[in-house]
Ligand binder design. Structure first.
Ligand code: KG4
Ligand code: ZN
Length: 356
């Protein structure tokens, strides 16, 4: 194992599981020497959601170009790349296939091993990443508690060691990001609207107690989440307001909705920290870019004397650096994938321990 560890210097990482095309070069200890991420938001926006056909077509247009850019920036050639890490699950099959086939082809052509990575494991490990702008002295270590909140998933885990992730809770219906996006759509904003709600809720005119939104499963003893009731409650509330009332109360509507959703996330985190007696916790995934969630998580960390690790925004939303870190750590253990591996939409059942 020690030999393997010394051999793996850096990986080139590819992330194409959904609609962001991202490539990174990740060095030992999670140092990101280059990362290029292309968002396709403007391509999907007219359709009000992600169109799989448009997503994989755009990945195929841009992926090789982004790989070249990362190699150029770092002045590295293929002889200096120890391996390729690529997201193979879960995600949109067509999108995953573009990344996976590219990784398989480069692996054969350049004679470097490749490793297929679970996108959720990659999100979970995002707080290990470092770069020129973000290099805090405090470092995360196992075990820790991890909340992953993205457009497709809401997952609370106890991370015991690399590859040993116990699921404590997950959403029973909508994901947290999906709830944000649906509420934004009800207000007439472009997809994905999570960041817009965050921005409007920050306004000094916003009153987060002005409107009541339901908090499903808030008081339940278990650690599962449910956001579909929040969405229905929002629909019902908005149907009682005129366009003028909505316009006038826009900031307070966003702040009240955001507070309801974040209250639940924080309450489940608080319960999980107690249950697992964890000293450290991390939040990752696109929704962890939310400024109110970040502030509440900081407060939770102080109140409970626990250390919080929050990745910078570029490592919260989908990115290849987190995939690179997961792949690099697994390659250091001697793991690699075979050319037979398939893309899969299965979210976490094969890679996470779920004994709920
Ligand atoms: O992790 P991610 O980039 O992609 C998935 O794996 O799903 O997460 C995207 C989600 C979207 O639902 C988006 O609206 C949400 O993250 N998001 C936010 C914010 N920034 C992104 N939600 C709330 N506040 C934000 N600032
Ligand atoms: Zn994601």
């Amino acid at each position: 194992m020690t030999n393997e560890k010394n051999k793996i210097k850096r990986v080139l990482a590819i992330e194409t599981s959904c609609d962001d095309t991202s490539v990174a070069i990740v060095e030992k200890e999670g140092w990101v020497s280059s990362m290029r991420t292309l968002s396709q938001d403007s391509k999907h926006e007219p359709f009000g959601g992600i169109v799989p056909e448009i997503a994989h077509r755009n990945h195929s247009f841009h992926l090789l170009f982004l790989i070249e850019e990362c190699l150029k920036e770092t002045k590295l050639d293929w002889s200096e790349i120890s391996g390729i890490a690529v997201t193979s699950r879960p995600g949109l099959i067509g999108s995953l296939l573009v990344g996976l086939l590219t990784a398989k082809t480069l692996s054969l052509a350049k004679k470097v091993p490749f490793i297929a990575v679970n996108h959720l494991e990659a999100h979970l490990l995002a707080s290990f990443l470092r770069d020129k702008e973000f290099n805090p002295s405090l470092k995360l270590s196992f075990p820790f508690l991890a909340l992953i909140v993205s457009g497709g998933h809401t997952l609370l885990c106890y991370a015991k060691a690399l590859g040993v992730y116990e699921v404590l809770g997950s959403t029973l219906d909508d994901a947290a990001g999906e709830a944000f996006d649906k509420f934004a759509k009800m207000l007439g904003f472009k997809f994905p609207g999570g960041a817009k709600i965050d921005q409007l809720a920050k306004n000094s005119k916003a009153n987060s107690s002005a409107f009541y939104f339901p908090r499903p499963l808030y008081s339940a003893d278990h650690l599962n989440f449910s956001f579909s009731g929040l969405k229905t409650g929002a629909l019902r509330l908005l149907s009682t307001l005129s366009s003028e009332e909505k316009e006038k109360n826009l900031h307070s509507l966003c702040a009240s909705f955001q507070k309801a959703l974040v209250d639940t996330l924080i309450e489940k985190l608080r319960k999980a920290l107690l249950k697992k007696k964890c000293r450290q916790f991390t939040i990752s995934g696109g929704v962890s870019a939310n400024s109110y969630l970040r502030a509440r998580a900081e407060a939770l960390s102080k109140e409970n004397n626990k250390t919080l690790f929050l990745p910078p925004i570029r490592y919260c939303t989908d990115n290849a650096a987190m995939v690179g870190y997961a792949g690099l750590k697994r390659m250091e253990r001697g793991e690699a994938s075979s050319q037979n591996i398939k893309a899969s939409s299965t979210s976490y059942s094969d890679d996470f321990i779920d004994q709920r």
